[in-house]
Design a protein around this ligand. Structure first.
Ligand SMILES: Cc1cc2nc3c(=O)[nH]c(=O)nc-3n(C[C@H](O)[C@H](O)[C@H](O)COP(=O)(O)OP(=O)(O)OC[C@H]3O[C@@H](n4cnc5c(N)ncnc54)[C@H](O)[C@@H]3O)c2cc1C
Length: 432
């Protein structure tokens, strides 16, 4: 059995992306004993991955403030369970952690939404942000042809990043229509910072063809993807490529909030003015409350940190900025909502749950997520429905009706370490 490391904090923050960094910093600057736990080897979350230790950037400034305020950083540790109120369990490379807290801030971010289509499980068909993360970790991409497809502003950021690192981008396919995208551009005009980002992206992407009302129909290849068939304004076209970087906007990581009993609506964690959830003492900031981008994550993190740190009045002046950014989040949501045609992408034999090899036709025999899960094992593999859950939600309109611990696959030795004596004895047949 593993040795448990125990720690206790006034404020514990789960997630070290922009929202978590801002929350932990502000709470620690209020004089609280703060811990921030993240499952990556370093802080920064999706957008600042690997940047906090490097040259000057906003990420570095936040990290310096966090350090100066004396917050404890626990990286490489993934929270998987709450055995009792005010205690979380995490799995770290050196063994399990038991983390006690008085106040908790959830800043668990978002992930890409994947939709199944023929060939989406071929090697080198990847999430757009996933491929970017691999390149950030050293995958050589120079000279490779990468088709970027799906939906959302992340596609543009990823295409710009990959091109900067030498990739050739034959086309960016966005499922939203030109009409929606024009409305989005007008909303951008009300956000000076976003206008600057938009112009910078336009320059970085100059010369790359961009197709609206366009999406991948199938990916084909012998051992890995070699070409993608895309639908472009109703016509199919084949584009040769080495990678397909594909994601359909983002979905919130709200499983931990659900496990802790926080109220959700449409998978989004519901919070009050101070970012407090429906559970007293548990706050939430960033993408789990709504997909809104970096600036919204930061301001929500600051408000949650100040409120959990005991300086709620100091958070009030930030409300107006947050409201402005939330309006932008609502526009994002409308613009990149998925069109009904995408429900027709998977063929009967297309795999939807890739962990358990469950095809679309097997799922179509059931009427609910629970029935499909019981009969096919859909969602019971290593991703624990993080990929197929949102996909079946879109394809069949199924809602996941329960979240059970552990919320991530966890080593047996860590589970058994925390099991009550009776359960342990049962698991080991009385020998434990
Ligand atoms: C794959 C991907 C790539 C992106 N790339 C860009 C980009 O290039 N440019 C851009 O403008 N925006 C990008 N975004 C959007 C960007 O992430 C958001 O706009 C915003 O920065 C999110 O900040 P956050 O702090 O709310 O969440 P995140 O940055 O997602 O941070 C959440 C952190 O919590 C950790 N976490 C979650 N659950 C647990 C747990 N149980 N235990 C421990 N740790 C946990 C996650 O691993 C993550 O590090 C990307 C999003 C995704 C999903």
């Amino acid at each position: 059995m593993s040795n448990i490391t125990r720690d206790q904090f006034d404020v514990l923050v789960v997630g070290g992306g922009p929202a978590g960094l801002a929350a932990a910093t502000c709470a620690a600057e209020c004089g609280r004993h703060v811990g921030v736990v993240d499952d990556n080897p370093a802080l920064g979350g999706q957008i600042w991955r690997g940047e906090v230790g490097k040259a000057a950037s906003e990420a570095v400034d936040w990290y310096a403030r966090l350090r100066a305020a004396g917050a404890n950083v626990l990286c490489g540790a993934r929270v998987f369970h709450q055995p009792e109120p005010e205690v979380l369990l995490a799995e770290a490379p050196d063994g399990p952690l038991e983390l006690k807290y008085k106040k908790l801030i959830l800043a668990t971010g978002a992930r890409e939404r994947f939709l199944p289509f023929p060939g989406w499980t071929l090697p080198n068909v990847m999430g757009a942000g996933g491929l970017q993360a691999l390149v950030k970790s050293g995958l050589p991409i120079a000279g490779k042809r990468v088709v970027v497809a799906g939906s959302g502003p992340l596609l543009l950021a990823v295409a710009a990043y990959l091109r900067q690192h030498g990739a050739e981008i034959p086309i960016i396919c966005e499922q939203a229509s030109w009409g929606s995208l024009v409305g989005f551009s007008l909303a951008l005009l009300r956000q000076p910072q976003k206008v600057r980002q938009g112009f910078a992206l336009r320059k970085q992407l100059a010369g790359i063809s961009f197709a609206a009302s366009s999406w991948p129909v199938s990916a084909r290849g012998e051992r890995a993807v070699e070409e993608v068939v895309i639908s472009q304004s109703g016509k199919n076209k084949t584009v040769p490529c080495d990678y397909l970087a594909c994601g359909f906007h983002l979905v919130p990581n709200s499983e931990l909030a659900a496990l802790l009993g926080c109220r959700l609506r449409d998978d989004l964690v519901q919070v009050d003015d101070y970012q407090q959830t429906s559970v007293a003492g548990i706050f939430c900031a960033g993408e789990p409350t709504g997909i809104g981008g970096l600036e919204l994550s930061l301001v929500e993190g600051r408000i949650a940190g100040l409120a959990a740190g005991g300086s709620a009045p100091a958070a009030k002046p930030l409300f107006a900025e947050r409201e402005k950014l939330r309006k932008f989040a609502r526009v994002l949501d409308r613009t990149f909502s998925l069109r009904a045609e995408l429900r027709g992408l998977p063929l009967p034999e297309t795999i939807v749950c890739r962990c358990e090899d469950v095809t679309c036709s097997r799922l179509a025999q059931h009427t609910s997520w629970r029935a499909a899960k019981l009969q096919t094992r859909c969602g019971m593999g290593p991703c624990q429905a993080r990929v197929c859950g949102p996909a079946t939600g879109f394809l069949f309109g199924w809602a996941q009706d329960s979240i059970r611990p552990p919320i991530f696959p966890t080593r047996f030795e860590n589970l058994i370490t925390f099991s009550p004596e009776a359960e342990r004895s049962e698991i080991t047949g009385g020998r434990g």
